[in-house]
Unconditional design. Structure first.
Length: 123
């Protein structure tokens, strides 16, 4: 994991979300929505017609943003791009997997918990 200085995260103020319509809508109603001058959104809605490639592109776009501090992603969506998620080792943006209404949270699939278990030597 790369060392992070204060200068690297001082401008990171956004929370991004990639997930199903209910999750994204709820978070937008809570006030996290943002569209910048270039029409880049900090949210992406995934439905049954959304391709893995579209999810991957939205994820990579959020990773590249210098104003993104946290990316929330529904766990069932994260499973579709697990390889890319596991490759991300930087502190920012931090990626957190969240449950959705129709897909319960499974701690055994959470990449953050897997890293913590590895750090403490648990299987």
């Amino acid at each position: 994991m790369a060392a992070t200085s204060a200068a690297q995260y001082k401008d990171r103020f956004l929370i991004g979300v990639i997930g199903d319509e209910d999750s994204v809508t709820g978070l937008l109603l809570a006030g996290i929505g943002h569209i910048d001058a270039k029409q880049n959104k900090n949210f992406f809605i995934v439905d049954n017609k959304t391709s893995k490639q579209q999810i991957e592109e939205a994820f990579q776009a959020m990773l590249k943003r210098r104003d993104m501090a946290i990316i929330l992603i529904n766990q069932h969506v994260a499973e579709q791009i697990r390889e890319s998620m596991d490759e991300h080792e930087d502190a920012f943006p931090t990626i957190l997997e969240i449950p959705s209404k129709d897909h319960p949270y499974d701690p055994s699939k959470d990449s953050v918990l897997k890293r913590v278990q590895k750090l403490f030597g648990a299987d």
